[in-house]
Structure formats: structure tokens, C-alpha cells
Ligand binder design. Structure first.
Ligand SMILES: Cc1ncc(COP(=O)(O)O)c(C=O)c1O
Length: 362
């Protein structure tokens, strides 16, 4: 079998997802540079070549209540997932990945030559993580169990009690649990949370400042792991670009020093947008789903099918985009994002409603 050399989802996202009313995105709106309280004197082009920029490692660690020795910084959570998997998996190793999930995780594992086994998250339970489904697929050969928390595409939250059950399963076969926590950041102060790294050395975490805060452009991604694995990942990262772009590292420090302000802004935007989504779902019986309490996306099933046709109509005639469920292996579902500016979300949902009406008449 030839190696996977790209991501069908990312290609679509870059070439075909853009629209005036963008409900395809899953991150908070991009923060403009002008909103960062930074002066030119705070920036520098080059750092002394070391394993990580210390002020950035310290801030990330302090924020998450862990040690800087646990942190490996990389360009975005995308690279964090690839690096973490590469550090954990040899070609042919068995990797258990939730289904549905974020497509790039599967493509990254395929690219690395992993033997991928999927375990289901069921629509009927709101895609909640069921340890029994992992138990059924786990074998002594399993090296890594991969999940997203919050779940992409459904925003289902996995609590610590459930994570501990997964930990016990992993421990039983000597596997690690890789948790992509980019959407956990969207809990803000609405519900107490901590990174699953706190639960034990089985956990390896990936995250970034992209989704919860709108700092996609900083590419401030990171892997969290027990120190020995973190050291191994730093060495492996020497093969992937050696160092971060230092101006971005400096700007990430400024972003982290002011993160509380951006978190309030983000939390308030989602608080304004969520009722619009709930109201919309209330009025659209063709969409079946459990409504998420947190997060930036929802993943309903479209009764009667025709998701791809709906998405095409929506984009061609209504300047609106959502993500077709086929990118998550569920062609009868679609992902709707609610993190865009409120006027865009309101108008995008109205247009989605009109496209659904047209489909009913047509
Ligand atoms: C689960 C998940 N992980 C990682 C990423 C990528 O994040 P980043 O922009 O930090 O690379 C995404 C983006 O959609 C995502 O959904």
C-alpha cells in the first residue's frame, strides 16, 4: 500500500470551504495583530538554539499547572499530533482511533505506517466516549489509543472518570492515550477542567492556541508528555524544522500574558451564538443530534440524506459553507460551526434554513 501523502479534509478546507457565511470553521475568529498589546522592541528574529523558548515553555506550563519539562512546542496542534504519533508508533504498530474523528489524525497515523483500528462513538449517545467500545477493540498489540476532547466533530465532552477508565485499559496493555485537547479550551471558565496529563504518564496531550482563542496564525501548538517522552519528542522534532519561528514564539508569549482578555471575548461570543444554534435546531426536524453544551461545532444527521447536494447548493446559491460529514466518515451527517462573528452565524443559519426549504420543495 502506498503511503498517505496528504489530507483530503485539509485540501478541501483550503480550496473549497471558504464562503461569506462560514459555518465550516471550528475556531474562534482570527485575532488581528493590532489587538495584541505588543511593541516592536518585544520581538526578536532569532533565539539561542535550544530545545524550546524558555519563556514560552514556562508560560504554557504555568497555565496548565505542569512542569516546563512536560512541554514540547511545535507549529500548531496539527504538527503536535504528527510528532506525538511519530514518537509513539513504529510502522505496523496498532493504533486505536475513535470514529468519527478529525481526519488529519487518521491521515497522520496512516502516513506513519500504523495499523489503524477504529472504535465507534455512537450518534445515539451524542458521540460520548464509551470505554466498552475501546475494550472491545483493544489487543495486547495496541500501542496508542487516540481521542479528541472535546470531540471533533460533535463537541461531546469526556470527563475525568471516563478518561480514568480508558487509562486503566491502556495500562493493561502498556499503551498510551493520546488526547487532542484543542477544543477543551472552549470550556473557558464555564466548567473547571485540567489537562489529562495530570491523570498519569499514560497520557500524551496535544493542544494549541488556535481554536479556543483565534491565534491560528501564531501556530502555537504543543505536546504535553512525561519528561522522558518529551525529551524524545524534542530530538525527533529536530528532523521537522529544528526550531519554531521565533517572532511567533515571542508573540505567543504576549498572547499568553493577555489570554484572560481573549478568553472572555471568546466565551462571550460563543454564549451569544449558542442560542442561535439551539433555536435553529429546534425549528429544523430534519437535523437529528444531541445539542452540545460546550464547544464550537455540532454534528447533526440529515434525515433523508443528500448532504453533499445540500452543501453544494448552500455554497453555490447561499454563499454559506458547512463541512460535509464524509470527511468524518459519516456522509449522512454535516458539521456546523458556531464560532464565527454573531451576525455571520445568524445569517449563515438563516441561509442553511432556506437551502433546506428549497430541498424540501425540490
Ligand atoms: C481536533 C483538532 N486538532 C487539531 C487541529 C489543528 O489545530 P492547529 O491549527 O493548532 O494546527 C484541529 C483543527 O481543526 C482540530 O479540529
Amino acid at each position: 500500500m502506498s503511503r498517505t501523502m496528504g489530507s483530503p479534509y485539509m485540501e478541501w478546507a483550503k480550496l473549497h470551504s471558504h464562503a461569506r457565511f462560514d459555518l465550516a470553521g471550528s475556531g474562534l475568529p482570527d485575532v488581528p495583530l493590532a489587538d495584541l498589546p505588543v511593541e516592536l522592541g518585544q520581538l526578536e528574529l532569532t533565539a539561542p538554539g535550544q530545545y524550546g523558548y524558555k519563556p514560552l515553555l514556562e508560560r504554557l506550563a504555568a497555565r496548565l499547572g505542569i512542569s516546563p519539562d512536560n512541554v514540547v512546542t511545535v507549529p500548531g496542534a496539527s504538527m503536535a499530533n504528527l510528532l506525538a504519533l511519530d514518537g509513539l508508533v513504529e510502522p505496523g504498530d496498532e493504533v486505536l482511533i475513535e470514529e468519527p474523528t478529525y481526519e488529519l489524525i487518521v491521515s497522520a497515523a496512516e502516513h506513519l505506517g500504523a495499523r489503524i483500528v477504529r472504535f465507534p462513538r455512537r450518534a445515539e449517545t451524542g458521540f460520548s466516549l464509551e470505554p466498552a467500545a475501546i475494550e472491545r477493540t483493544l489487543t495486547p498489540a495496541t500501542r496508542v489509543i487516540v481521542i479528541t476532547n472535546l470531540h471533533n466533530p460533535s463537541s461531546a465532552l469526556t470527563d475525568e472518570a471516563t478518561l480514568r477508565e480508558v487509562q486503566a485499559l491502556a495500562r493493561g496493555v502498556g499503551a498510551r492515550v493520546l488526547v487532542d485537547e484543542v477544543y477543551l479550551e472552549t470550556l473557558y471558565d464555564l466548567r473547571p477542567w485540567r489537562t489529562s496529563l495530570h491523570l498519569g504518564p499514560e497520557f500524551v496531550v496535544t493542544n494549541s492556541l488556535t481554536k479556543g482563542f483565534g491565534f491560528s496564525g501564531l501556530r502555537c501548538g504543543f505536546v504535553l508528555a512525561e519528561p522522558e517522552l518529551a525529551r524524545r519528542l524534542w530530538r525527533l522534532n529536530d528532523l521537522f524544522g529544528v526550531n519554531g519561528a521565533h517572532p511567533a514564539e515571542r508573540l505567543s508569549v504576549v498572547a499568553l500574558d493577555n489570554l484572560a482578555t481573549f478568553a472572555v471575548r471568546a466565551r462571550d461570543l460563543l454564549a451569544a451564538n449558542r442560542p442561535l444554534l439551539h433555536d435553529f435546531l429546534e425549528r429544523r426536524p430534519e437535523f437529528a443530534c444531541v445539542r452540545p453544551e460546550f464547544g464550537t461545532v455540532v454534528f447533526p444527521r440529515l434525515e433523508g440524506g443528500g448532504v453533499d447536494a445540500l452543501c453544494a447548493t448552500l455554497r453555490e446559491h447561499y454563499e454559506t459553507s458547512v463541512v460535509p460529514g464524509r470527511f468524518f466518515g459519516r456522509p449522512d451527517h454535516l458539521r456546523i460551526g458556531i464560532a464565527a462573528p454573531t451576525e455571520q452565524v445568524a445569517e449563515g443559519l438563516a441561509r442553511l434554513g432556506r437551502a433546506l426549504d428549497e430541498r424540501r420543495i425540490g
